[in-house]
Ligand binder design. Structure first.
Ligand SMILES: Nc1ncnc2c1ncn2[C@@H]1O[C@H](COP(=O)(O)OP(=O)(O)OP(=O)(O)O)[C@@H](O)[C@H]1O
Length: 315
């Protein structure tokens, strides 16, 4: 059984009569990487700012490790590490001095702990260089090291991939995964779909301040499978053979391809067998999973039913 570390209950933010975050509810589990995904202005940053107490909550509750942020703020923040705005770093000091400076104002942080977080974010090689010589990725790693000093069990990063190069993104993913494997709940926000798919276990899709749905990345990949049969001869013969097996299997036809929606390997093998037995030439079979991007676009398209995933257009 998994434990929830962060829980949002009907969280709402209104600014000057405008609803920015609208009745948002979800829970984050121990040891998972949870994404907030939505277009610019969807309300991700506002949500995070409420979670960490940077702005007030209009309505609803945020529970952090069981503590209500509105009622028991200090207790709630005890084990939260966050980078919401750019981390406060002094350019003229070394990375190490920055961390020591920060450690001094926090209770019970030892020099050993500073060394530990430096290792964790892979900054040992440059930790005594001045921060002004750091790349964006290194600055960000130093910011994360700082946020981790007090051993939080929840780490919140607003748009952590912003400005990172591919190597920086790859490194970020790896060490966030390592933290999650050790039990930390990691919450990241982004409008970059592909990044979220690579990084997260679950993604909450947010639009106009509302939760559209929560996508379980691995589970989804198993269900949203389509198989493309590429036919050598007459496609209508192939279509008839497949329809005889099950009239609902074929969902699309395009040129020489018949698209079948199933994740069941036995069904795929049976279709192939029947096609061959009927003398139909099968020149290719391809399995394709719907990407998070396709699903996201389907769900957020104007006028679309946000709870229903429509049959995707062929790409
Ligand atoms: N203090 C404020 N006063 C008025 N409107 C605000 C305020 N803060 C945020 N907003 C509006 O709320 C909406 C959501 O903003 P928010 O920054 O939370 O979005 P976001 O999903 O984080 O997007 P982005 O990726 O662009 O930061 C935007 O339309 C923004 O203009």
């Amino acid at each position: 059984m998994s434990t929830h570390t962060l829980e949002l209950r009907n969280l709402t933010k209104k600014i000057k009569g405008k609803t920015i975050v609208d009745d948002l509810s979800f829970s984050v589990r121990e040891g998972e990487i949870f994404g907030l995904l939505g277009p610019n202005g969807a309300g991700k940053t506002t949500t995070i700012r409420m979670i960490v107490g940077l702005i007030s909550i209009t309505d609803g509750d945020v529970l952090v490790n069981g503590n209500n942020v509105s009622k028991d703020f200090e207790k709630a923040m005890e084990r939260v590490g966050a980078i919401v705005e750019n981390p406060q770093l002094y350019d003229f000091m070394s990375g190490y001095k920055n961390l020591m400076q920060y450690a001094r104002i926090m209770p019970d942080i030892t020099k050993e702990r500073v060394d530990e977080v430096v290792k964790l974010v892979d900054l040992d090689y440059a930790i005594h260089d001045k921060v002004k010589t750091y790349s964006l990725g290194m600055r960000q790693r130093l910011g994360v090291a700082q946020a981790l000093l007090h051993k939080p069990n929840i780490l919140i990063l607003d748009e952590p991939t912003n400005g990172l190069d591919p190597q920086g993104m790859y490194d970020l993913r790896n060490y966030l995964r390592m933290l999650a494997n050790n039990g930390t709940s990691v919450i990241v926000s982004s409008h970059i779909l592909a990044e979220m798919q690579l990084m997260c276990d679950r993604v909450a899709i947010i639009q106009h301040g509302k939760l559209v749905r929560i996508d379980e990345i691995s589970q989804r990949e198993e269900t949203d499978v389509k198989v493309h049969f590429v036919i050598g001869g007459d496609v209508s013969d192939a279509k008839r053979v497949i329809s005889d097996l099950n009239p609902e299997l074929v969902v699309e036809e395009s040129g020489k391809e018949l698209v079948v929606e199933t994740a069941d390997i036995k069904v795929i093998a049976e279709i192939n067998k029947q096609l061959v037995l009927a003398g139909v030439q099968v020149v290719g079979i391809q399995r394709k999973t719907k990407t998070l991007e396709e699903r996201f676009l389907e769900m957020t398209k104007k006028g679309g039913d946000l709870n229903e995933v429509a049959v995707p257009v062929n790409k």
